[in-house]
Ligand binder design. Structure first.
Ligand code: FMN
Length: 343
């Protein structure tokens, strides 16, 4: 390593120190939980490479989560976390499973933490990470005892909010970055962007799309091929077709599955009209649809009719390679960018 690169690496290490210490990892980069993709193999590979892996609990039962955590522990002795969806009907049992395994970090996704969930997670000393979709909510979450935040913009793959990463980072980091570690997510494909968000006060970053084609990822070869072929403009957000049925937009690669989602929305909207389901149940049906469609693409390899959830950074995924190499590339790019900054 030459002198100039090592200055960059040193700066990077300094900027990541707080986030890395919070995670108990070498580097402050999380592999965001991705349903069906973020299972034992990818999670362990990420943590073994020095980053921080997260198991995507998704719709798993407590028993399945129990087994997934145990299997992940068998593959790594490094720290990793678990991502739970707030609307899961067995949320508190899932929290108990995490506590039993002494999981150090729990991420709550999909909405504000339900009453009692913060205490339930923190009672054994686990750290709680939540998504902050706006500054006011970031402040509220910090007041309620959340230990760290993820700020994720609409460039991301999967379920998205309406605001871009760059705007959210500018709005939220100056006010809260000194209070809790903030990890920026959405649209990050290269280390230069990581360096920029660290400079803005982020403690670290979370990437999903960039890690899907890791060699260790169990995603079907067809799923990986679709990622490698795609460019940013192929990763589009789903459209809400019925104003009465608010659906959270999902960013995915365009395919025939998009039409199936339109049909599903029509079907659920009609059930609502006929009074056969309540709004909560209607929305849960939509979420079940996504879980099934994602499984069809990730596990079965049906990239035509399944859901190819992917972020706009998908154009920067150009090949299948070991996770440690992806991480090393990101770190080298970030270090190089910081090396060019004035001392
Ligand atoms: C295929 C896929 C599935 C995802 N599933 C989930 C999930 O189950 N829970 C969650 O909180 N986020 C999920 N995400 C979001 C990621 O955890 C991560 O925050 C996001 O991918 C970061 O943005 P990027 O894709 O631009 O890197 C998913 C993303 C992708 C690409």
């Amino acid at each position: 390593m030459n002198q100039s690169v090592s200055i960059g690496a040193e700066r990077l290490e300094r900027r990541m120190a707080r986030g890395a210490a919070f995670l108990g990892a070498e580097v402050a980069i999380l592999c965001g939980a991705m349903s069906w993709v973020s299972e034992r193999n990818l999670v362990a590979a990420m943590s073994n490479a020095g980053g921080f892996g997260l198991i995507a609990c998704g719709a798993m039962t407590p028993d399945l989560l129990d087994r997934e955590i145990a299997a992940t522990k068998a593959l790594t002795d490094k720290p990793f976390g678990v991502n739970l969806i707030t609307m899961h009907p067995a949320l508190f049992e899932l929290i108990e499973v995490c506590n039993r395994h002494a999981v150090g970090h729990v991420v709550l996704a999909g909405g504000l933490p339900p009453t009692g969930s913060i205490d339930a997670i923190k009672q054994n000393g686990a750290k709680l990470i939540c998504f902050a979709p706006a500054l006011s909510l970031a402040k509220k979450l910090i007041r309620s005892g959340v230990d760290a935040l993820v700020v994720e913009g609409m460039e991301a793959g999967g379920h998205i909010g309406p605001v871009s990463t760059s705007v959210l980072a500018q709005e939220i980091l100056p006010d809260v970055a000194d209070k809790v570690p903030v990890f920026v997510a959405g649209g990050i494909g290269r280390g230069e962007a990581i360096a920029a968000y660290l400079d803005m006060g982020a403690a670290g970053v979370q990437l999903g799309t960039r890690f899907v084609c890791a060699t260790e990822s169990i995603a079907h070869a067809n799923f990986k091929k679709a990622f490698i072929r795609a460019s940013a403009r192929d990763a589009t957000a789903s459209v809400q077709i019925d104003p009465r049925l608010p659906v959270i937009p999902v960013r995915a690669l365009k395919n025939a599955g998009g039409d199936l989602f339109t049909a599903k929305q029509r079907e659920v909207a009609q059930l609502l009209d006929e009074g056969k389901v309540a709004m909560g149940e209607a929305q849960l049906q939509i979420e079940h649809y996504w879980a099934g469609a994602l499984r069809r693409a990730v596990i079965d390899g049906d990239v035509e009719h399944g859901s190819l959830m992917a972020g706009q950074s998908v154009g920067m995924v150009t090949k299948e390679e070991p996770l440690a190499e992806i991480l090393a590339t990101l770190m080298a790019e970030a270090a190089h960018a910081l090396e060019k900054r004035a001392a």
